[in-house]
Design a binder for this molecule. Structure first.
Ligand code: UDP
Ligand code: MG
Length: 139
């Protein structure tokens, strides 16, 4: 069993896509074992995306991520990290395969509805960024 962090980003929450994103994960057999709504400060968004701090899109990305509520969730399942990434689709919705969240629902490379951890180490860091152990339920 593997765990990963996904986030419905501010654009997804504003467009009423929270249930749609969760539903796509659940229909793929993944389990939601932690879930909340949260508002990131600019500083908190910068901490979350610290690996990207040298990238040209860092300021814009962290402003966007702190522009409204987000819905972070812990997802569990066999191969959950890759499964979530596959369901999300490529970063740029123009490159994302048909039937993926980003191709179907995202507006731009920045406002792309959903986040998913890209590996086991990032998953551990990102889950811990939003959730303590009491907020994650085995089931
Ligand atoms: N992003 C952006 N411009 C880019 C690349 C990325 O605005 O050229 C944003 C986008 O919201 C993306 C996030 O930065 O989801 C993190 O980038 P990453 O390369 O990690 O993409 P992801 O893992 O989310 O597909
Ligand atoms: Mg990434």
């Amino acid at each position: 069993m593997e765990r990963t962090l996904s986030i419905v980003k501010p654009d997804g929450v504003k467009k009423g896509l929270t249930g749609e994103v969760i539903g796509r994960f659940e229909r793929a057999g993944l389990k939601v074992i932690g879930l909340k709504m949260s508002c990131l400060t600019k500083k908190e968004a910068e901490g979350f995306y610290a690996v990207h701090r040298e990238r040209p899109f860092f300021q814009s990305l962290t402003s966007f991520m702190s522009s409204g509520p987000v819905v972070p969730m812990v997802i569990e399942g066999d191969g959950a990290i890759k499964k979530v990434r596959d369901i999300m689709g490529a970063t740029n919705p123009k490159d994302a395969a048909p039937g993926t969240i980003r191709r179907d629902l995202a507006a731009s490379i920045e406002e792309n509805v959903v986040h998913g951890s890209d590996g086991p180490d990032t998953a551990r860091f990102e889950i811990g960024y939003f959730f303590n152990s009491l907020e994650i339920k085995e089931r």
